[in-house]
Design a protein around this ligand. Structure first.
Ligand SMILES: [Ca+2]
Ligand SMILES: [Ca+2]
Ligand SMILES: [Ca+2]
Ligand SMILES: [Ca+2]
Length: 588
């Protein structure tokens, strides 16, 4: 349980003396409390704990949990046959209930969907305001151990490795239902049942109940657990995944930033864990490449351990390379070469590539993709999938080819249609250039296109135009991928220059087959356009991804956050660092 387990004190202020940023180091040391780094880490851990685990006893509840973002630590279970109340670690409880309620013969995706339903059912009843348990011998309980609630019989119904894997896989997911009245979504009581009369995938849908037999049928048809949950809990379902941008393994998203090292070929990855903290290094090892050789970067959980890793696409003397820095509770590992275009056995030599990330095969491990122009076919792109097996990449496979001009577009991997499988998206700029070009005629202005995954995992559908933005004729605009409304479908945010230092922020919210545009904020000042850099992470841990912006503050760097409440963003100062070299700082 990453949020509440003992924290390894891996992160520490960037020890810049090692790379001769003496001034910077001196400043960092000034920031530390008298007792030094150890005290800082302890304070940090305590701060995070208090912030995210507001458990308190209330009169009308038992566990009385309040957070719908951080799971309860324990649950109180009435052992009906034994005549006592057990306080059970929450994860153990979910694993044992899954074993008792869903047999191991179920496909993995059905088990993962079941794990989400079980977890949220119990969590709901452990919350203040939802308690409907009782007392036994003066001790309160949240749930009973029978099918009045969920079967929990640890003596006889024990989880298999398959059950534990399903719980692990889906542990960061919670479900919400949004409505016009409640756009941020309500944490609802998940229900499930055998469903002997609803055996076919998608039959007997009520919007509130997951049918176990139907779920198994969906899984056999290739549905991911996310697609199964959307099928049974209805079109307004938000599938919230926490910690997608968590770099230090505490379950909370972080900001990452590359900064050039003192040597000619060194780069440091730094992490800014949360507001009020300083930048930290999670490794003593600089990355042995120059920032100038960086062609692209992606932050995604390639190893499937719940913490985002770092992939960089870089130019080498003989081609391009993908290097991966594994991240986790013990810090950043040494960069490993996961793919090298120059290696003769890989058989692929490409230039002008863009690096994207998405989980193409919906196995819970993020994969990488390279999008490259097709030689001899202008206006056409090819996607090569490089699937992760958790420890490396499989050889690049051409997975899709179609009408996206990668020279004219920023491409993104992500799940835009919410089926749990990776899609490709692009923001194409047809505002200038050759007006006779086919793309310009068909998709004038800024075109937001998506190449959607097929739900059964059989490749991609045709490229589809999800939105055409004609209004921003000549305006400078910076697109950022972020699931701003936290529904599990990646959205595009457009930062549009508004005068010298203003910013207008638009959301292109992903739905079933289109983006819906809305304005998130109009900010009059504080965002100098020149060299504005941006990234996305759920900085305040509320389930909505936020956008962060780096701008120049003298020669240093200012971090500002655009904190999302699903339908708007509020700008706030996040951190300012006058010694972090603005010119080379690159967010990831
Ligand atoms: Ca974190
Ligand atoms: Ca994968
Ligand atoms: Ca998808
Ligand atoms: Ca979304």
């Amino acid at each position: 349980m990453p949020l509440h387990g003992p924290r390894n004190a891996v992160g520490r202020a960037w020890n810049a003396a090692r790379i001769r940023h003496l001034q910077y180091a001196a400043r960092l040391m000034r920031r530390l409390p008298a007792a030094g780094v150890g005290a800082l880490i302890v304070a940090l851990a305590a701060g995070i704990f208090l912030q995210t685990a507001p458990a308190t006893e209330a009169a009308s509840s038992c566990t009385g949990w309040k957070s719908t973002v951080v799971p309860p630590l324990h649950i109180n279970v009435l052992r009906t046959a034994l005549g006592r109340v057990d306080t059970v670690p929450f994860r153990r409880y979910v694993e044992f209930v899954l074993a008792a309620e869903w047999g191991p013969s179920n496909p993995p995706e059905a088990l993962a969907a079941g794990a989400v339903a079980i977890r949220q059912y119990a969590w709901y009843h452990a919350m203040a305001g939802h308690w409907r348990g009782g007392r036994y011998g003066g001790t309160c309980y949240d749930v009973r151990d029978t099918n009045v609630d969920q079967v929990y019989q640890p003596a006889t119904k024990t989880p298999t490795a398959k059950h534990r894997a399903a719980v692990e896989r889906s542990w960061s997911v919670t479900l919400r239902k949004h409505s016009r009245k409640d756009p941020s979504g309500r944490f609802f009581l998940t229900s499930y049942n055998g469903g002997s009369t609803s055996r076919a995938c998608g039959s007997g849908v009520t919007g509130w109940k997951l049918w176990q037999r139907g779920a198994a049928d969906c899984a056999a048809e290739g549905y991911s657990f996310e697609a199964i949950l959307r099928t049974y809990y209805g079109p307004n379902l938000r599938v919230v995944t926490m910690g997608r941008h968590d770099l230090d393994g505490d379950g909370r998203d972080d900001i990452g930033v590359f900064v050039g090292g003192a040597g000619p070929d060194t780069t440091y990855p730094l992490v800014l864990p949360s507001q009020g903290d300083t930048l930290r290094t999670l490794s003593d090892e600089p990355l042995s490449f120059p920032l100038s050789g960086l062609l692209g970067q992606a932050t995604a959980d390639l190893t499937g351990d719940g913490t985002a890793d770092l992939a960089v696409l870089m130019r080498t003397a003989s081609g391009v390379q993908i290097r991966v820095v594994r991240a986790g509770k013990s810090g950043f590992a040494r960069a490993e070469v996961w793919w090298d275009s120059a290696a003769p056995d890989r058989g692929l030599s490409i230039t002008e590539v863009q690096l994207v990330t998405a989980d193409w095969d919906a196995d819970g491990k993020a994969d990488l993709g390279l999008v490259a122009p097709v030689p001899g076919a202008p206006g056409t792109a090819r996607l090569y999938e490089l699937r992760s097996d958790g420890a490396g990449l499989k050889s690049p496979e051409p997975a899709w080819e179609g009408a996206i001009d990668p020279r004219n577009a920023t491409v993104y991997g992500g799940d835009f249609n919410g089926d749990g499988r990776g899609d490709l998206a692009a923001v194409e700029d047809h505002r200038g250039g050759d007006p006779t070009a086919a793309g310009h005629e068909r998709r004038p202005g800024l075109a937001f296109v998506v190449v959607p995954s097929r739900r059964d995992g059989e490749g991609f559908g045709p490229v589809a135009v999800w939105y055409v933005e004609r209004a921003l004729a000549g305006d400078a605009a910076l697109p950022v991928e972020a699931d701003v409304d936290g529904d599990g479908r990646d959205d595009i945010v457009l930062l549009v220059r508004n005068g010298e230092t203003g910013l207008t922020v638009y959301l292109y919210r992903a739905g079933g087959g289109s983006f819906t545009r809305s304005m998130l904020a109009r900010l009059a000042a504080g965002f100098p356009w020149a060299g504005l850099k941006a990234g996305a992470a759920d900085l305040d841990g509320n389930g909505f991804e936020d956008v962060f912006v780096l701008s120049a503050a003298g020669s240093g760097t200012r971090f500002r956050a655009l904190l999302s409440s699903a339908t708007a963003v509020a700008a706030t100062d996040w951190e300012s660092d006058r010694d972090l070299d603005w010119s080379t700082a690159s967010p990831f």
